[in-house]
Design a protein around this ligand. Structure first.
Ligand code: ADP
Length: 393
């Protein structure tokens, strides 16, 4: 069964083509585009490449396209990417302006170009559907809650992959299976030994998630992907009173405040240098104090959320790092884990320094808590769910 996974990031377009089922899970092709402003030309270019390589010569060659949709109003889980999904994306386009319009454009483009392939969406919020109400609500009036304003959580496919892979690496097949089958079986009861994991997805967008025995207990991201940790150019957590205050004092309207919080904030806003962690680190090394502050703030936020989840889970067996920064920055990983010896976390500096973009355990042999770097593979999670969806529907 050939499944193409389309990952329409806020500034990038990545794709992976899988052959699922039968002989197993084979990755047939992958590629991507950076600094994307329009998705349709990228999709055309990708289809050309896949045709040239003989993977996708005509419509019949593809069973489905899977989409990693972000936030749907009144809709989550794994569903047919039809008019209902477009309506759900549209319903929350103001909340996820960097993501929802991109997916709507992508889904429409595939509908036109490959009408015979099924289109299936797995929402990023699906992984957080079992988070306790106490953790997913905000203390706001009922009329606001009725609008759907609550904590959702994002990067679900990435954190789910990390949950599965970490459990496999620790030899915990019971937890790996539970995580892998979560959307089919639900969490059910679990009576094995605890596996309390803090998963750190640190990239252009970043989030920290607490995962107990394969099931998420919360996320640093809340109502929108502009919350929790500082993002590349989008604000992280911010006191709600800051928005009306800044509007009044700067004489700007709410749309302008929204634009500044979505495009001129986060690591870019704080550093004044760039939205790219590599540029910011270079500037910090050269003595730029604002750049150093941006990195310090990112690390402080990661530790803040990680600490919160350890407290809520009542312990910690594993920490995993994934995505662009998490996979490639040993310095950041060691600073996140610094001074945690009393909690059982000891990083092996040599293993940590040697690990860039590859899967590895980076904790010391005598570290009670196991620390891993796990290259992101959100696309595989999507392909597996799409395959299951097609078999069931
Ligand atoms: P996205 O959320 O757009 O998919 P990625 O997971 O690709 O993001 O991560 C992009 C981020 O990873 C950028 O901030 C980039 O600077 C950072 N990154 C990539 N390589 C390195 C590196 N070698 N060291 C530090 N940061 C890196």
């Amino acid at each position: 069964m050939k499944i193409l996974v389309a990952n329409l990031g806020s500034t990038s377009f990545k794709y992976r083509l899988f052959d699922m089922g039968g002989a197993g899970e084979a990755l047939l092709a992958e590629g991507g585009f950076e600094r994307v402003t329009e998705y349709t030309p990228c999709i055309e270019e990708m289809l050309g490449r896949l045709a040239d390589d003989g993977h996708l010569v005509n419509d019949e060659d593809l069973d489905a396209v899977g989409f990693k949709t972000v936030l749907g109003k009144d809709l989550s889980g794994c569903v047919e990417a039809d008019a209902r999904v477009l309506e759900a994306l549209d319903g929350f386009k103001e909340v996820a302006p960097a993501h929802n319009p991109a997916y709507a454009e992508g889904i429409r483009c595939f509908e036109r170009r490959l009408p015979k392939a099924r289109r299936v969406a797995l929402f990023e919020t699906a992984f957080f559907q079992w988070v306790a109400p106490a953790a997913s609500h905000y203390a706001i009036p009922k009329a606001w809650r009725d609008l759907g304003i609550r904590r959702y959580g994002f990067h679900g496919a990435s954190h789910k992959f990390v949950a599965e892979r970490t459990a496999e690496l620790l030899g915990r097949e019971d937890v790996a299976t539970r995580a892998r089958r979560l959307y089919v079986d639900g969490p059910g009861e679990f009576d094995g030994a605890p596996l309390r994991l803090v998963s750190c997805h640190l990239g252009g967008s970043s989030s920290v998630t607490g995962i107990r025995d394969g099931v998420a207990i919360g996320s640093s991201m809340g109502f929108s992907p502009q919350s929790g940790l500082p993002q590349n150019n989008r604000v992280g957590d911010l006191d709600s009173m800051a928005v009306p205050y800044a509007c009044k004092m700067l004489g700007i309207d709410v749309e302008e405040a929204e634009r500044q919080l979505n495009k001129e904030s986060g690591l870019l806003g704080l550093s004044g240098v760039s939205n790219d962690a590599r540029d910011i680190r270079e500037a910090a090394t050269a003595g730029n104090a604002d750049a150093a502050l941006a990195i310090d703030h990112l690390i402080d936020s990661i530790r803040h959320w990680a600490g919160s989840f350890v407290f809520k889970m009542g312990g910690l067996e594993a920490i995993s790092f994934t995505a662009g920064i998490g996979e490639n920055s040993p310095q950041l990983r060691s600073r996140v884990c610094a001074g945690l010896e009393d909690l059982g976390v000891i990083i092996d500096p040599a293993k940590n320094d040697a690990c860039r973009g590859t899967e590895a355990e980076i904790s010391a042999a005598d570290s009670r808590v196991k620390v891993h770097v796990i290259p992101a593979n959100e696309e595989l999670v999507i392909a597996r769910e799409v395959e299951r969806f097609l078999q069931a529907n």
